[in-house]
Structures are given as C-alpha cells and as structure tokens.
Design a protein around this ligand. Structure first.
Ligand SMILES: *[C@@H]1O[C@H](CO)[C@@H](O)[C@H](O)[C@H]1NC(C)=O
Length: 495
C-alpha cells in the first residue's frame, strides 16, 4: 500500500502541475487582460452629423490630438467635417466643411507631423491636402494647399509616411499606387502593374521602408516602394471572396483579416520571410462586415472593428506561440458605420486610457474610451513606453534618396492633458514653406492635366492675413497709448 500511495501522490502532482500549466495558458499574464471599453456620455458625442453613405470600406473618420474629421454626405460634391475635439454636442447644419472635391470623399488621413494638415482622396480621382486653421474652420474651405493629380479612377486610399515629412501615398481604383512629395506636388513613385485588381488597403511598416497591401485578387504583397519591387507575396492569404486587410506590426510581421472559404472571418499572422504558411490563423465568426484593424505598436494590442458590427474585439500579439491572444470584446447595440482611432499622444495618460475610438453612427460620432483599471494616480510607465512623436525623422528628399528613419519617440509622462491645448513644437518647416520655390500660377483644380500638377495658392493669402494682423496689432497698441493719455488727462480734470 505504501508504493500505491506513492504512485497516487506522484500522479496527483502530475495532475496538479498539468492543470496549472493549463491554467497558465488560459489565464495568461497580461496587463491588458482587464482593459475595458466605455462609451462617453451623450453630451460628449458629436451629434446631428450626416455620415457619408458612399459604398467604400474605409474608416470615414480620422482623429488627431486636436481635431476629429468625418466624411459626410454632401450634395453635388464631396465634403468632410473638421471639428475641434472639444466641439461636442449638436453640430449645426451650417457648420463649415472642407468641400473642394467634386465627387464624394472616400478616405482622409491626418499628417502625423502636423496636426493642422489633412489629406483626402475622392471619387473625383484627385488627392487634396488641406491646411486647417489653428482653431478649426470658421468658414467652409474649398481651396486645398495642394492638388495631386495622376490617378485615372477614384482614389480610395490615402496614407502618410510615418517618419518622413511630406511623403503621402495614394491608391486608386485604377489599381495604381502613387507616392507623392507633397512639398513639391510631384508623384515621385508610381507602382503600376503590381495589383491586377482593386487594392483594399495599404500600410507602411514602422519606419516606412516597406508597404504591405491587400488586393481583391486575394494576394497579400510586401513591396519595397523605392525599388518598385514585390519582396514577398502570399496568394490566397484568405480564401474567401470578401475583402481583406493587411497591416504591419512593430516587429515586421504582417497581420491580416479576411474570410475563409466558408465565409468565417479570420485573423492571421505572417512572417514576411516565409509566407507559405501563416504563423497562426484565428477563426472568429460568420458576420460579413470587413474587419478594420487598428494597431498600437507600443502595446502590441490590435483592435478589430467590423464595418456594420456593433463591437470592437481586441487581441494582444506576443512573440510566443500562439502569438495572437484574445483579450476581450467591447459590445454595444448600435452598428458602426466607420471608426476613428486616436493617435497615442492624444490619449489621457492620467486615466490610464490606452486607446480611444470615434465610432460613427448614422447621425453621430461617439467616442469610446479603452482603459486599463489601475488604482494609482501616478504615471504608469509600463503602459506608456515612449511613443512616436510629431517630429519627422527625415525630409521627403532624404527618404526618396533611400534613407530610412525610425520614429522619433517622445515620453507621454507629462503628456497631453485634455482641456489644456497642448502645443506641439511648431514644425520648423511646414508644407507651406516647402512650396515657396515652386509658386506656379497653374492652380485651377479643374485644370486636369495628364501629368501630376500641384495647385498652389494660399501662401500669398496667408501673407496677406499676417500683414493685416500686424497692422491691426499696431493699431491696437497706438489706440492703447491714446487711451492711457486720455485717462491721465481725465484724472487731472477730475481733481
Ligand atoms: C527599417 O525597417 C526595416 C524593416 O523592418 C529594417 O530592415 C531596417 O533596418 C530599418 N531601418 C532603420 C534605419 O531603422
């Protein structure tokens, strides 16, 4: 019986240790396990907005630490709203818009290096770059800083280079990709003949040396844009016929969403050195909305927002199998027509906010805050590693010549405080300076030439305004002197 007991004890231990290994697998340690989502109160929403109904699967919303931009319905053209973040509540019908496109706007993207600059792509085949006034629009804006023409079909994808100033990528339904030097208005790179069908999305890697694309031909491609070369490709990354998405992760792997042959939604991870087999595939459900991925390279958390879904599902990606770890789902009742995703430096670190979404309903935009529950009021440096700041690492010319630069990181320790209008360092040389040398008067947006031509206008206007401000200042100070003098005389009389 003694030996029997020993056997029992050892098998008992074996059982316990097997269980605890299992438990460890199930309850994996993660600081993001308890992240929870919360919609803001009704009065913190942006109301009475006619969100665009155009059939195109982009996010329709772009956010930065100063503004939320939303593509809206507009009769006889294309328009989007730009609202200062604090401009919540009912948005009046007459609120100014950005309305220079002659067809619906399909995609918008804020410049990562200047919070006043936003680019838009439209059904009118053009790309436009806009400079939003410091405190938002006072009147509607129909004159872009630059018009970029070259696409022969509608332009559905716009994305700024992450680390080089003034480098903008556009992809159109002509299946072409252009990479522009926005400062000069030139298309520096054209990627033709790489995509035989509609491009679903394009994503830069962390330092902008590569892009990855998802295409209707079911291929995922990794492209070196400056060599104009496909460096990796996976056909039938997802076998279903519905749209895919592909994004780069911080470590250089590619994460994709798509559909299986049985129309199940999938999430897969790929090592671009060997794309024959995915590192992992997760099957999710059988809804039919395109899964838009939003990714935080600092925490390695990816958020999936299905278009038409009413939930946000989030996962943590680690470098140990099975790599993709489901965290949680934030669910509401109402479906999302689009989604904005706040850049990291716009978050409230004092509340342990690790992501903020701007969910588009049919007629409103509702911020959703993702928070890590922590008791301490101190800065949680484990949640906020240094993050990409607003300064570019490179000039456009350097990048086109072949240089690379990692993002210039900033600490969020004394970061953004809502209500306090945090000024970023004024960019030394902005988009307006860059074009000073090339002030052609060939500026009518209607002037559609075959070769890409910039339309450059507002510098003179800006100069005029600055002059006027200066003369007003002079006037005020001279009036002030006069008032002081008069007051002195008055006081003498009173005595
Ligand atoms: C940029 O990223 C690529 C791909 O991850 C890497 O090979 C390269 O070393 C990086 N370059 C710089 C300057 O960071």
């Amino acid at each position: 019986t003694v030996s029997n007991t020993i056997i029992d004890v050892t098998s008992g231990w074996a059982l316990i240790s097997a269980l605890s290994t299992d438990m460890r697998r199930v309850v994996r340690q993660s600081k993001f396990r308890h992240v929870f989502g919360q919609a803001v109160k009704n009065d913190q929403c942006y109301d009475d907005i006619r969100v665009s109904r155009v059939t195109w699967d982009s996010a329709f919303c772009a956010v930065n630490p100063k503004f939320v931009a939303i593509i809206i319905e507009a009769s006889g053209g294309g328009a989007f709203l730009v609202l200062p973040l604090h401009k919540t509540g009912r948005i009046d019908k007459s609120y100014p818009t950005v309305c220079g496109h002659t067809g619906p706007v399909l995609d918008i993207d804020w410049c990562p290096h200047n919070d006043q600059v936003i680019a838009s792509g439209s059904e009118d085949c053009s790309v436009m770059v806009w400079q939003i006034p410091e405190n938002g629009l006072v009147t509607s804006m129909s004159e872009p800083v630059v018009v970029l023409e070259g696409h022969s079909k509608r332009v559905g994808i716009i994305t700024w280079h992450p680390t080089a100033r003034n480098v903008l990528l556009s992809a159109g339904c002509d299946n072409q990709i252009f990479i522009w030097n926005v400062g000069t208005g030139e298309a520096m790179i054209t990627l033709e003949d790489m995509h035989p069908d509609v491009i679903y999305n394009v994503c830069w890697n962390r330092n902008g040396s590569l892009i990855c694309t998802a295409c209707k031909d079911k291929s995922i491609r990794v492209i070196d844009p400056r060599k104009e070369m496909i460096v990796a490709e996976k056909e039938k990354a997802h076998e279903g016929a519905r749209p895919m998405r592909a994004i780069f992760l911080a470590d250089g792997n590619v994460l994709t969403t798509g559909f299986s042959r049985m129309s199940e939604r999938q999430l897969a991870l790929w090592n671009i050195q060997s794309m024959d087999e995915p590192m992992t595939v997760n099957e999710m459900d059988t809804s039919n909305g395109v899964l838009l991925p939003f990714y935080d390279p600092d925490t390695n958390v990816v958020y999936l927002c299905g278009k038409g879904d009413s939930s946000i599902r989030y996962f943590e990606i680690t470098d140990e199998a099975p790599y993709v770890h489901y965290l949680n789902t934030f669910a509401t009742k109402e479906p999302q027509r689009g989604m904005g995703y706040m850049t990291k430096r716009g978050l409230d670190v004092n509340k342990c906010e690790i992501a903020r979404f701007y969910k588009l309903h049919e007629r409103k935009c509702e911020p959703i805050v993702m928070t890590v529950p922590r008791k301490s009021d101190l800065f949680q440096d484990d949640l906020y590693p240094d993050t990409a700041g607003p300064d570019p690492a490179l000039e456009a010319e350097e990048w086109f010549e072949g240089k690379n630069g990692d993002p210039i990181l900033i600490s969020l320790k004394n970061g953004y405080v809502p209500g306090k209008n945090r000024e970023f360092k004024v960019v030394k040389k902005n988009i307006l300076d860059c074009k000073a040398t090339k002030n052609t008067e060939n500026s009518s947006p209607a002037n559609k030439s075959a070769s890409p031509t910039p339309s450059i206008k507002s510098e003179a206007k800006l100069e005029e305004i600055l002059k006027e401000i200066k003369s007003l200042k002079d006037l005020v100070s001279s009036q002030e002197k006069r008032i002081i003098k008069l007051e002195e005389q008055m006081s003498k009389i009173a005595i």
